[in-house]
Ligand binder design. Structure first.
Ligand SMILES: [Zn+2]
Length: 416
């Protein structure tokens, strides 16, 4: 038996007025996902246990069987692990997003945040933004004072690591949950570390707003990368081995550092695909072919394919993009993949789900139950229902998403 986990990040949603009260999943044409759902078990799961943040950082830990109430210290240590950054004792990792603040005459703290990703900034511009910051005398002096090093990434996600930070009382806020809001009340707070991060953010704005990079981006009609946003701090964590926990050897295909980091910390293989961007323009065929290749490898039992695009489209306020990316998950990844697996009669169990909800109405994440489907090619069950949020609530309810892996692997989870 082979095991496939498919995560459509942030696919689940609530009824949307623009869709006449349907959810994007209900509006999308997803015949293959619906077939798996009809022939499988369809239920609901809670992957983000309150009061932990509702987001992939807790949800994907749960899905891989690592209860976030035990293992979550913050999002960034997971991302740092993906990048091979070894945190030393006393180190703290942050996420520093490149963001877009509104162009206006008001002071820094009265501006609104328009994009958590500087308009899905590409690799070259992201590198140029970080170089601009490091060349800036004020910003670089603050970095030295903080004993902080920025690890660069080819996207809006940057990972600063600070040595000897005191995080006690520090409050930071995920920018993607507050798009369109005035930033003053959202800036880091709660302790001296918060003041330092705020100073860094102000210095970054002064360095970036009128930079050559942003003159070019504005002239090209793009959102400026004129701010940075610190959040998701945490200290080093260790995860138990996935192979020892479940007796299954796994590999993970994902464009996002968070998912790669959980895989790496759990001792799974991280499989990188060229052109996998974490956005709607990702390499669907490349991810599909890689998943098939890994499923055929005799030294692997378990493959995870993670698709970030639905979540990013929702944060970007792109409802047609959200629906399109879910339809492409179906037509460009799962439909051709199932044709191959069916033809070969490969015994396979598939767990497919949205990790958390991302709401079209707020462009932010939400906790609560999300639908999952569990399909077994050797024992079709027959929920008879297409994959939607409402239908998920009619089936089994999994209170703790960290139990899902045991359901996927079944009663013989430890045996092989
Ligand atoms: Zn998200």
């Amino acid at each position: 038996m082979k095991y496939l986990l498919v995560i459509g990040d942030g696919m689940a949603d609530e009824p949307v007025t623009q869709l006449d009260g349907r959810t994007p999943l209900e509006a999308a044409q997803i015949p293959t996902i619906d077939r798996l759902s009809r022939q499988g078990i369809l239920g609901s799961t809670v992957n983000c246990p309150p009061p932990l943040p509702a987001g992939s950082e807790t949800a994907i830990l749960s899905i891989f069987g690592y209860d976030p109430r035990t293992y979550f210290t913050g999002r960034s240590p997971l991302e740092a692990a993906a990048a091979g950054i070894a945190l030393r004792p006393g180190d703290c990792a942050f996420r520093m997003n490149l963001v877009s603040l509104e162009d206006s005459d008001v002071p820094f703290a009265q501006r609104r945040i328009l994009s958590h990703s500087a308009g899905s900034i590409g690799a070259e511009d992201a590198f140029e933004a970080v170089e601009t910051l490091e060349r800036d005398p004020d910003f670089s002096a603050l970095l030295r004072r903080a004993d902080m090093t920025i690890h660069r990434f080819p996207a809006f996600r940057q990972i600063p690591v600070q040595h000897g930070a005191d995080l006690q009382g520090l409050v930071t806020i995920p920018p993607h949950d507050h798009l369109g809001e005035v930033i003053g009340p959202l800036l880091p707070s709660g302790c001296a570390e918060g003041e330092l991060l705020k100073e860094l953010m102000e210095a970054a704005f002064r360095a970036l707003d009128h930079s050559a990079l942003n003159a070019r981006r504005r002239s090209e009609g793009k959102l400026p990368a004129n701010g940075v946003w610190f959040w998701a701090q945490g200290t080093a964590i260790a995860l138990p081995s996935f192979a020892e926990k479940y007796g299954r050897r796994g590999a993970v295909i994902s464009a996002v550092p968070l998912c790669q980091g959980i895989a790496a910390l759990g001792g799974m293989e991280v499989s990188l695909v060229d052109g996998a961007t974490g956005e709607i323009d990702t390499n669907y065929e490349g991810k599909r072919d890689r998943a098939l290749e890994l499923l055929h490898r005799s030294d692997l039992d378990f493959v995870c394919l993670h698709l970030e695009a639905p979540d990013e489209c929702t944060h970007n306020g792109d409802l047609p993009g959200k629906i399109q990316s879910v339809e492409w998950l179906d037509s460009r990844i799962l439909a051709p993949m199932m044709r191959v697996l069916d033809e070969e009669r490969m015994p396979v169990r598939i767990l497919l789900l949205s990790d958390h909800k991302t709401l079209t109405s707020t462009r932010g994440h939400a906790g609560g139950p999300v639908p999952f489907l569990l399909y077994d090619s050797t024992a079709p069950r027959g929920s008879g229902l297409p994959y939607t949020e409402t239908n998920g609530l009619k089936g089994p309810f999994v209170e703790n998403g960290a139990d899902l892996m045991r359901m996927l692997f079944g009663p013989e989870a430890k045996k092989r």
